[in-house]
Write a protein that binds this ligand. Structure first.
Ligand SMILES: [Zn+2]
Length: 454
């Protein structure tokens, strides 16, 4: 749907006044996740790009309020006095490869004279020289049957309007800001993080995002257990009552084998966004818990059992990750490759030194992707899972050494990252406090509901 807009180039911010948003609370029982949703209004000063109508009482559908919002925009635009096509018929067309204004206008039954007039519009004419397939253009005629308005839409949010005036066409840019709605989801793991989180309503991208936030504390490949729990507060973006995308995770908690980790988003004054524990320590740490993607591990729970490959080898001093051949293996931390080669027991291997104290080793790779002496970054692919050397099936054998001594990479105590600077602590608490409180409150509301269930 297009809406009419005022004459000047402007930025339609959807209400910047109020400090409220909506929580979609998914009331999921632990064993069965249902799309049973309730809406609660809350106050979150730090994510307050929303108007206030929604906050008044409980609504059953966030889309309702979004529709209100859009009609507001429409009204304000109409009231600004711009002459619009009003109830005239818009003729839209979707751009295909090779389209230019001439081909589009011909398709819509317009003349080359129209093309010339619009292409020479005052303001924003240059936008029409950057047309791309998939975008749309719509035209409207006046009562005399000649071209009155052209609407060029790059996306749901970015539009260009060209209107006939006394001296040719005039163009303007119209931007819409989607409404951001905070959404809460919670779930308990029964089969796999991926399956249970999708059942709880999280998109694939959001599951990965959540896993990546906790990837320094939780080994999602090996340590996930039945009964582990997660809760996530994240943003959804709406325009005209329709969900058009997702925003960031605002806060999340993950309980792994009885231990709960919490993370909250903090936006620094320079605009950069990172996740911190509630006491202000960065979630990002020097080493990943698992040097590969948990999604590639065939079964989280099977891995609890002893892996057959090394059971007869006396001194097995690493962790084995069974994963399909070709699965990317990441550098667990920033460092320098001190060895990359082949030996009969290890197959293709890569050793990385991290600072003075730490060394990580990766064995049985199909391919090595780095050379000796090379500097690597955390999460950089250094090779792929294979079964070279003494290995009966594709798996990654991973070792972690501290001062030359083998340690369990999944439990070893790692250097603590520095907390948020003292002079930023006040801002940190102000920004993250309400979000964390909300996460906690929604989580416990749900728990109470669960435990009161017959
Ligand atoms: Zn091994």
């Amino acid at each position: 749907m297009f809406v009419s807009s005022p004459r000047r180039t402007h930025f339609v911010a959807v209400g910047a006044t109020a400090i409220s948003t909506v929580i979609l609370l998914s009331l999921l029982p632990s064993d069965k996740v249902e799309a049973n949703r309730q809406i609660h209004s809350i106050e979150l000063p730090d994510i307050a790009q929303h108007t206030n109508e929604i906050a008044n009482g409980h609504r059953t559908d966030s889309a309702l309020s979004d529709e209100n919002k859009i009609s507001e925009i429409t009204n304000s635009a109409a009231n600004s006095g711009a002459e619009t096509a009003g109830d005239q018929q818009w003729q839209p067309t979707t751009l295909v490869k090779g389209d230019n204004l001439t081909s589009i206008f011909r398709r819509l039954g317009l003349t080359d004279k129209d093309v010339y007039a619009v292409a020479n519009a005052k303001h924003e004419a240059s936008q029409l020289r950057r047309l791309k397939p998939g975008e749309t253009i719509a035209v409207a005629l006046n009562n005399e049957g000649s071209l009155a308005e052209v609407k060029y839409s790059r996306s749901r949010l970015e539009h260009y309007m060209y209107r006939r005036g006394n001296n040719g066409f005039n163009g303007e840019k119209v931007l819409y800001e989607p409404e951001t709605v905070a959404t809460f989801q919670q779930g308990r793991i029964q089969s796999s993080l991926f399956l249970d989180a999708s059942r709880a309503g999280l998109s694939e991208a959001k599951i990965m995002e959540m896993a990546n936030i906790f990837a320094w504390d939780v080994d999602f490949a090996l340590d996930i257990r039945n009964g582990d729990q997660f809760s996530v507060l994240y943003e959804e973006k709406y325009l005209e009552g329709e969900k058009i995308g997702y925003g960031d995770i605002l806060a999340a908690s993950f309980t792994n084998q009885g231990k709960t980790y919490e993370a909250v988003r903090f936006k620094a004054t320079d605009g950069s966004v990172s996740y911190y524990s509630p006491d202000g320590k960065p979630m990002r740490k020097a080493f990943l818990r698992a040097p590969l993607d948990f999604t590639r591990i065939s079964s989280n729970f099977n891995m609890r059992r002893k892996h057959p490959i090394h059971k007869r080898i006396k001194a097995h001093r690493g962790v084995d990750y069974a994963a399909p051949r070709g699965t990317p293996v990441y550098a667990a931390g920033n460092g320098k490759v001190i060895a990359a080669g082949y030996s009969r027991p290890n197959g293709n291997y890569v050793f990385i030194k991290h600072g003075e104290k730490f060394i990580t080793r990766y064995l049985h790779l199909t391919k090595r992707k780095v050379r000796r002496g090379q500097t690597v970054k955390q999460r950089q692919t250094i090779g792929t899972v294979g079964s070279t050397g003494y290995a009966t099936g594709p798996h990654l054998h991973y070792e972690f050494l501290v001062n030359g001594v083998h340690r369990n990479p999944r439990t070893v105590k790692l250097p603590q990252a520095t907390s948020i600077a003292a002079n930023k602590k006040a801002e940190f608490i102000k920004q993250t406090g309400p979000v964390l409180a909300r996460l906690k409150q929604l989580g416990s509301t749900q728990l109470a509901l669960l435990s009161s269930k017959p």
